[in-house]
Ligand binder design. Structure first.
Ligand SMILES: Nc1ncnc2c1ncn2[C@@H]1O[C@H](COP(=O)(O)OP(=O)(O)O)[C@@H](O)[C@H]1O
Ligand SMILES: [Mg+2]
Length: 278
């Protein structure tokens, strides 16, 4: 069924396991460190992400998750370490650099313009113009319906200010915006923290659609229950260090909780520098 469905970017999609390991990873962050004053917020962290893959980055509050991904999104400058994008060293010194590599972040606070509608939000800052230089509202709405129709087929509220939308609908607008900006690497920091169960399920559906398009997603969460079923792999952080990483099929939720709480690495996981030694 998915093979006949139109892809967001009109390139073929639709095999059953969308994770593509045939080439280099989309992102490869190696031995990344950053300190604030005396605090090693991120300490020698290595993490990668393949096309069509969802990697959940888990850990308690203060573990260093947001700081690590803010280095990828260009919000923070690392003290040391390397970032490769699609196998090439990437020079990411600010958010604009990151966007040029197709890296987009969906923040918990969803940076949307509340008083304008979904279509206007999708094209904020890069509006489609008519040959006469006026706003081409028709073209923007048509494009908005196309992208949203794929991400969230039930969405019909194109003409309402986004402040009237539910949390899940706002989330799909923010994601559609990133997709239209050509995101290939999506960072979602605590995406379901403010959502109810039904909307959380809706975000899960969105993520499945993005995977089919070969988009890689870092899903940041302090709550394993929010992300375990969506993730292909989990990576656990503690005190700025990587405790370990595992394919979700190789570990149980309880084992991952043991990684988060105790720093204990189960047999199905590959330990990192932060793993507890026994
Ligand atoms: N801009 C900052 N200045 C000082 N300390 C920071 C800053 N950002 C994060 N930290 C510290 O870095 C550590 C990791 O924080 P963070 O990455 O936000 O953790 P998480 O997202 O896993 O909850 C914490 O001790 C936090 O207080
Ligand atoms: Mg955080």
């Amino acid at each position: 069924m998915s093979a006949t469905k139109q892809s967001i970017h009109d390139h073929g999609a639709g095999h059953s396991d969308p994770v593509d390991r045939s080439g280099p990873p989309l992102v490869d962050m190696r031995d990344i460190s950053i300190a604030f004053g005396g605090i090693h917020a991120v300490d020698g962290a290595t993490i990668d992400l393949y096309p069509g893959e969802v990697v959940a980055v888990l850990g308690h509050n203060g573990a260093g998750k947001s700081t690590l991904i803010k280095i990828l999104s260009g919000a923070y400058k690392r003290d040391s370490g390397e970032i490769h994008v699609r196998g090439e060293p990437a020079n990411i010194a600010n958010p604009r650099d990151a966007k040029a590599y197709g890296i987009e972040t969906i923040y918990q606070t969803l940076a949307l313009a509340d008083n304008v509608d979904a279509a206007a939000n999708l094209f904020l800052g890069r509006e489609i113009l008519t040959p006469w230089g006026t706003l081409d509202d028709g073209a923007m709405e048509a494009e908005a319906r196309k992208v949203m129709g794929r991400l969230n087929p039930n969405f019909q509220r194109f003409k309402e200010p986004v402040k009237a939308l539910s949390g899940g609908q706002r989330q799909s607008v923010a994601i559609a915006r990133a997709i239209l900006f050509n995101a290939k690497i999506l960072i979602m920091d605590e995406p379901t923290a403010a959502l109810g169960p039904q909307e959380t399920a809706q975000v899960g559906e969105l993520i499945k659609e993005l995977k089919k398009d070969g988009i890689g997603i870092f899903l940041i969460s302090h709550d394993i229950h929010d992300v375990f079923d969506l993730a292909d792999r989990v990576v656990v952080m503690k005190n700025g260090q990587i405790v370990g990483g595992a394919r979700t099929e190789d570990v149980t939720k309880d084992e991952v909780l043991g990684m988060i709480i105790l720093g204990k690495c189960p047999p199905g996981a590959t330990p990192g520098p932060g793993a507890m030694r026994e």
